[in-house]
Design a protein around this ligand. Structure first.
Ligand code: TXA
Ligand code: MG
Length: 350
């Protein structure tokens, strides 16, 4: 896809004016604003409908730029940056005292990431140059995923345009960057307490596994603790499509589908169709009312296509979806986490 530098520069200028810009990353598309401008950051929260106590990630052009945003950066952070940046890893560190608390939802920590997508690296570099010309030292773009709060993250520019049609109509730039290569959000590792003897903690699984992080650190990474700082992606129900979605274990799919068809016969909603997401070769559709979608057998390929597939379910107008769960193995942790949370949105009590 041809990338147009003038367009990227216009986007960098929009950020300088405190406006919002949507941009591609290798994980998902982001909805960005100048992280040093609390009013601009507030626009992100308003656009997403996100509670203001949920922190956002600051995206930087180069790993060394995190010194403007964080303090007491431990050696572990530099080791992970060297191994995985630019790339799909977010580090939670102590917030620099000069950085406004708004960007980290009022917390004393801050999330930072150096993304790999070439369009966004260019955007961040240009933004840094404009900041320097304006004699401002701190250049970073605060950005959550470019979706409404609780919904599925966008993995192509078209998803962003449909999610924020109102902002696009008002002139918000949406930088084009093709389909996101990773497709699920970055792995989040909390290092904010390692300098006081705490262990690195996994707050959100992603394409970079906790095992890979532990191997670089030579230190165990603990799972998500109840006392860890708030992560909206760790709410039990999150990342959900509108189509009611239920998980089933491998081998139970046929049975679940039959039960659904029996339950939905002759009732009003019995007219609806059911989507079944299987892993690998499709199972035969037992009825014209069942649409079988075959998902990749490989974890990274599955992650790449997951969110686009969830959006397609909504577009197809199926009544419900049954998803064959993925293996409980480290390489699948990110995908499994997103599927469990998407399904949780439709469980009793929600
Ligand atoms: O891949 C990604 O990380 C994408 C792209 C755009 O970079 N961004 C993304 O942002 O997923 P968002 O806001 O949708 O999710 C970021 C997560 C949130 O769950 C937030 O609570 C958590 O990071 N987070 C950010 N700063 C934090 C902090 N200081 N402490 C704990 N969690 C934090
Ligand atoms: Mg998000």
């Amino acid at each position: 896809m041809p990338l147009s530098p003038p367009f990227i520069e216009q986007a960098a200028q929009a950020l300088m004016r405190g406006e919002l810009v949507a941009f591609p990353t290798e994980t998902v598309y982001g909805l960005g604003a100048d992280a040093a401008d609390p009013a601009a950051v507030a626009r992100i929260y308003a656009a997403k409908g996100r509670p203001s106590n949920h922190p956002v990630i600051v995206h930087v052009a180069k790993p060394e730029d995190i010194v403007s945003w964080c303090k007491d950066i431990p050696d572990q952070a530099w080791r992970l940056a060297k191994a995985f940046w630019p790339g799909p890893l977010t580090l939670i560190l102590k917030r620099h005292p000069d950085v406004d608390a708004a960007v980290s939802g009022g917390q004393t920590t801050i999330g930072v990431r150096c993304p790999a997508h070439p369009v966004t690296r260019e955007l961040l570099t240009m933004f840094g140059e404009l900041k320097q010309q304006a004699n401002e030292a701190r250049a970073g773009v605060a950005a959550p995923s470019a979706n409404r709060f609780g919904r599925v993250s966008p993995t192509c520019a078209q998803h962003v345009r449909s999610e924020f049609a109102d902002l696009v109509a008002q002139g918000m730039p949406v930088l084009e960057g093709g389909d996101s290569e990773v497709g699920i959000e970055s792995t989040i590792i909390d290092l904010s307490s390692v300098s006081s003897g705490g262990a690195p903690a996994l707050l959100r699984p992603g394409a970079i596994s906790a095992e890979q992080v532990a191997a670089v650190l030579g230190q165990a990474v603990i799972g998500h603790q109840a006392s860890s700082p708030r992560v909206s992606g760790s709410l039990k129900a999150h990342y959900a499509p509108s189509t009611p979605l239920a998980l089933c274990e491998s081998g139970e799919c046929q049975e679940k589908v039959k039960a659904w068809l029996t339950d939905h016969q002759g009732k009003g909603e019995g007219q609806g169709r059911l989507a079944v997401l299987t892993r690998g070769p499709s199972m035969a559709a037992p009825s014209a009312r069942v649409v079988v979608i075959s998902m990749p057998r490989d974890a990274l390929a599955y992650g790449q296509t997951l969110y686009a597939t969830l959006r397609e379910l909504d577009e197809m107008g199926v009544a419900a979806a049954i998803v064959e769960n993925v293996p409980n193995k480290p390489v699948w942790a990110g995908v499994r986490d997103r599927l469990v949370r998407a399904a949780a949105a439709f469980e009793d009590g929600h």
